[in-house]
Design a binder for this molecule. Structure first.
Ligand code: GUN
Length: 300
């Protein structure tokens, strides 16, 4: 048996078309254009490529968007001042500082400096707190994208055994919290989180009806570690070389070729979770613009 491929590109396309229409309506009926600023510090190739893709999508959907590039050596207070400027800019509804940041900059201080009402990444403690207690807020984009992928793929999440590999603030921790909550249409699962101190990873992964892998290491999940029929969401983006055309060669945290023969559904890398992260960033920015305009919005 070969698994159904959960196509993040196709699902993203459908959602982006809806966002584009709403953006046009917002402009025509209310004179509002959703505004997003993405701030990149340094030239980490993965970060450059993510930010470029975010800007390209924002442009395609009709957003007002600004890209700020700061040198690797930028002092922390200069970055904080830039955030403050955009906190006070009424044309901007979403501020994203691409992570990771250079070591001399305190990531938490930067996240804290962003107005929680413009925190379209959902990383500010105010939004994290709201998410944990189930209040409307900006959901972090990758977990949000995973919820949509599970929903659109028809996976049965209610009552399922979900195993998450990875406990980062960006993916593992929030996706686990969202999936055990009594929320619709995706939630109410029994969730286990595995991490670097987990004694027997395969013991847990073999029990999973849904396996979410955000380990940050290539191909750590192999066919012998999963139950037949499992739904696999692979969050990994590992650069394992360069194509003859000079593009980065990518693979996930899951050994796709072997696991797809055992799973019932699986996300590919690239083309699974990646495009969804960007799509949900656009969704959050659109909802933010509506909230700032006093219109009904999903973020409060
Ligand atoms: N680095 C890796 N993923 C993300 C993300 O979703 N947002 C930001 N700001 N940085 C990231």
């Amino acid at each position: 048996m070969s698994a159904k491929i959960i196509d993040g590109v196709a699902i993203s396309k459908e959602i982006r078309e809806g966002i584009k229409k709403e953006v046009q309506e917002l402009k025509e009926k209310h004179g509002i254009t959703p505004g997003l600023v993405t701030i990149l510090v340094g030239e980490n190739p993965a970060s450059v490529s993510y930010v470029t893709a975010k800007q390209k999508t924002a442009h395609e959907l009709g957003f007002y968007s600004i890209q700020e590039n700061l040198p690797e050596s930028v002092p922390e207070d200069e970055l904080l001042k830039m955030i403050e400027k955009y906190n006070n800019d009424p044309k901007i509804h979403g501020i994203l500082v691409q992570l990771p940041l250079p070591k001399h900059i305190d990531e938490n201080k930067v996240i804290y400096a962003i107005d929680p009402r413009k925190d379209v990444d959902g990383f500010h403690p105010v939004n994290v707190g709201k998410m944990v207690i189930g209040l409307p807020c900006f959901l972090p984009c990758t977990p949000y994208g995973i919820l949509v992928l599970l929903d659109k793929s028809g996976a049965k999440v209610d009552g399922a055994e979900v195993v998450v590999i990875g406990r980062s603030n960006i993916v593992g921790k929030p996706v686990a919290i969202l999936l055990f909550q009594k929320r619709k249409p995706v939630g109410n699962a029994t969730v286990t989180i595995c991490h670097t101190a987990t004694k027997d990873m395969a013991f847990h992964t073999k029990r999973a009806d849904i396996l979410i892998v955000a380990a940050g290491k290539p191909k750590v999940v192999t066919a012998d570690m999963v139950k037949p029929g499992v739904v696999v969401i692979d969050v990994g983006v590992n650069r394992i070389g360069t194509t003859p055309e000079g593009k980065a060669k990518l693979c996930g945290d899951v050994d796709f070729d072997s696991v797809k023969e055992v799973a019932s559904a699986i996300t590919p890398v690239p083309g699974g979770v990646g495009p969804m992260t960007i799509t949900m960033l656009m969704k959050n920015t659109l909802e933010s613009a509506k909230m700032w305009a006093g219109l009904p919005s999903e973020v409060g």
